[in-house]
Design a protein around this ligand. Structure first.
Ligand SMILES: Nc1ncnc2c1ncn2[C@@H]1O[C@H](COP(=O)(O)OP(=O)(O)OP(=O)(O)O)[C@@H](O)[C@H]1O
Ligand SMILES: [Mg+2]
Length: 227
């Protein structure tokens, strides 16, 4: 029997209610990501890409349909259980970095461990490795304000991968960066992918999508595969 996909959406719809009107953001989406895949999501602004990514990262829930993370139906989990699942399975790279301004690069990258019961000596080597992987070993004591945009995004990536999550989700990770820095960040995702990470990445940039193993397009809340 083959393993279930890491992320699986079955007939997922997401509606918001705004000023008494229902806004349909995702419409009956069926979508899977398998272990080891690097999937790019493209599509126009407002088409529902971030909403889809938030559901995949257990930051939001479907209005209709099912989301299974590593075979587990998240719909039956309480919020606290969902948060636990997210912590164990998902690394999320936010478009606007979401770094803690008063914490150092090292502390920012170590964030997923800071509230765990593990002692620092157990996880410190993982933080050092993640920072080395993103090329920031020489900036560990810096605060985010003293970093360039590309370096901040690298810290955000280190934080997302430091626990070696089963699924790495990235929302426009190159959106605010110049083309050279974007290429570096992209090379980083490619190398993470080669090391075995499963990646789902939202991008407006077609050249980013070209480095992925599969591309899907979101259009008005509906997803289609690019063949
Ligand atoms: N909390 C909310 N309440 C109402 N509408 C929302 C809410 N969140 C998102 N939307 C709407 O859902 C639609 C899709 O939003 P989403 O952020 O998923 O788009 P996107 O494809 O990521 O766009 P972009 O490329 O600009 O980041 C938008 O029209 C947005 O206005
Ligand atoms: Mg978005």
């Amino acid at each position: 029997m083959s393993l279930p996909p890491i992320a699986q959406l079955h007939g997922v719809s997401k509606n918001y209610s705004l000023d008494g009107r229902i806004v349909e953001v995702l419409r009956n989406v069926d979508f899977s990501v398998h272990k080891g895949e690097f999937v790019a999501i493209t599509g126009k602004s407002g088409s529902g890409k971030s909403t889809l990514l938030h559901i995949c990262g257990c930051l939001d829930r479907p209005t209709v349909g099912k989301y299974l993370l590593d075979g587990r139906d998240v719909g039956v989990l309480a919020d606290q259980q969902l948060a636990g699942l997210r912590q164990n399975y998902v690394g999320f790279v936010f478009q606007d970095f979401n770094l803690l301004p008063y914490a150092s690069v090292y502390e920012n990258a170590a964030l997923p461990f800071l509230y765990s019961t593990l002692e620092e000596e157990r996880w410190k080597p993982m933080v050092l490795q993640a920072l080395e992987d993103v090329g920031l070993s020489h900036r560990m004591a810096h605060r985010p304000a003293a970093l360039s945009g590309g370096e901040r995004q690298r810290v955000a990536i280190a934080r997302a991968v430091v626990t070696d999550p089963k699924l790495v989700l990235a929302d426009e990770p190159t959106g605010n960066l110049d083309s050279v820095t974007s290429r570096d960040i992209l090379a980083l995702f490619s190398s993470l992918h080669k090391k075995g990470a499963t990646i789902l990445l939202v991008t407006h940039d077609r050249s980013v999508a070209a480095t992925a193993s599969r591309t899907v397009v979101m259009c008005d809340g509906t997803l289609t595969e690019v063949v």
